[in-house]
Design a binder for this molecule. Structure first.
Ligand code: SF4
Length: 343
């Protein structure tokens, strides 16, 4: 990878996260040292959960020694290798108490002499607690350095040396955090999220994934999301404007019907059925049904009124027929049949 690309990658990370921090919780170099010691083969979250209670009881080497190994073991029992780690914590505290006046040393040699403290732990403490330029190459940094081409190497020492050599001077102090965070959340081990990666165009990894962006974790995806939201908003406001100006052409349509007819494509005209949204088509279908129901009700009323007319006519005919019979009775003196036959 050429220096220009390296510069661009770190410039991107700095712009996205100007002050990167470790995710381990600590209030002093001593707490940081113990947390890093406990974090081997454990997640930062599990370490933070365990140390919350531990540091509440003992936040200095002397207090930790007073607490004792059994109690330390109890506090960190949820972390892997807790038996060995509890022993190392007590031994480290004993050395800090006896040889360093209870103060964490700020040099590699003294740090690496502590039980359970290796090169990586020493680098984290030197870089994070004492703000010295150091590159603690863990599994994430090793992977990102090799995949991107930033500092390819066969082992952690080679990667560490290359990073110290190739990372632009302005970014050396925080490079460790940016690399870890990128490896932990974007350039993950099994399937890197290349679709969400802000440095994808600079990365030299040949097997980049082609998955669609999930819209998480990157500054660029946040910008894309913002643009999409503002585009949708402006489209909606345009749609509302066209509805208000074109309301007269909607005739007897109610304002509620007009609003539900807004589509994301900006077309509010009832005539543009091809571009109408599902919401709009649902609304017009309801209106159609209403009209159909009204027509049906009118038909029923009409049919009812016709039936009433027919009944009335029949009743009138019966009445007039009865009247005729009555008249005939009076004329014939009760003999209806002969007179009816005659007529
Ligand atoms: S493009 Fe893919 S492989 Fe390269 S750094 Fe980004 S996530 Fe990792």
């Amino acid at each position: 990878m050429n220096p220009k690309k390296r510069e661009q990658i770190f410039a991107y990370w700095k712009a996205a996260n100007p002050s990167p921090k470790t995710e381990l919780r600590y209030n002093s170099p001593f707490e940081l040292l113990i947390s890093v010691l406990l974090s081997a083969q454990a997640t930062d979250i599990s370490v933070n959960n365990a140390t919350k209670g531990l540091y509440a009881e003992a936040n200095t080497p002397a207090k930790m020694l007073g607490l004792g190994e059994a109690r330390v073991r109890h506090h960190i029992r949820t972390i892997g290798l807790f038996n060995t780690k509890a022993k190392n914590v007590i031994k480290t505290c004993q050395i800090l108490h006896d040889q360093h006046d209870g103060v964490v040393p700020d040099n590699r040699e003294s740090l690496e002499a502590l039980p359970g403290v290796g090169r990586k732990t020493a680098n984290v403490v030197l870089n994070t607690a004492f703000r010295q330029i150091a590159m603690a190459v863990d599994t994430h940094i090793f992977r990102v350095s090799n995949r991107t081409g930033l500092a390819p190497g066969k082992d952690v020492v080679e990667v560490e040396q290359k990073l110290l050599k190739f990372v632009p001077a302005d970014y050396l102090l925080d490079a460790h955090h940016w690399l870890i965070l990128h490896g932990r959340y974007v350039c993950v081990a099994r399937k890197p999220k290349c679709g969400d990666c802000g440095i994808a165009d600079l990365c030299e990894f040949k097997q980049k994934t082609t998955a669609e962006p999930t819209g998480k974790n990157t500054a660029s995806s946040k910008n894309k999301r913002k643009k999409r939201v503002s585009a949708i908003r402006s489209t909606r406001s345009r749609s509302l404007g066209s509805i208000s100006t074109g309301s007269s052409s909607l005739g007897s349509r109610s304002s509620g019907d007009s609003l539900t007819g807004i589509s994301s494509s900006g077309s509010s005209s009832p005539g543009n059925s091809s571009s109408r949204s599902s919401q709009s088509s649902g609304s017009s279908a309801k209106t159609k049904k209403k009209v159909q129901r009204k027509k049906l009700a009118n038909k029923v009323l009409l049919a009812d009124s016709k039936r009433i007319d027919v009944k009335t006519q029949l009743a009138d005919k019966k009445q007039s027929a009865a009247k005729l019979v009555l008249v005939d009775k009076k004329k014939t003196g009760g003999k209806l049949k002969p007179s009816n036959k005659k007529r």
